[in-house]
Unconditional design. Structure first.
Length: 99
């Protein structure tokens, strides 16, 4: 994998089908799609996608960083890279623990 800058702004975007499949708990407020977010760093967006986003939403989500698009597998590769700058959490069932 070529050098990747984990410190630049990134957007995590769910697909339209994901947004429709997740019922909103807010009935009267306009809600942002679950999983969408603009992050100050790609590292934060990647951490959120892998550690916080429900797996069914990650399946078709994509990450946009500096006009480059990463799908679920690309996000996972960035997270698993030796260059990933944040502490990873070990996933155990529904909970995560800091390594």
């Amino acid at each position: 994998m070529a050098a990747f800058d984990y410190n630049i702004v990134a957007e995590l975007v769910p697909t339209r089908s994901e947004v429709k499949s997740v019922p909103s708990r807010r009935r009267h407020r306009r809600a942002s799609p679950l999983g969408y977010g603009r992050f100050a760093s790609a590292a934060d967006a990647i951490r959120f996608a892998i550690e916080e986003l429900p797996p069914e939403l990650l399946a078709d989500a994509y990450l946009e960083v500096d006009e480059e698009i990463f799908d679920r597998d690309g996000i996972r590769q960035l997270y698993d890279s030796d260059q990933y700058p944040l502490a990873r959490r070990a996933v155990t069932g529904m909970r995560t623990a800091v390594e």
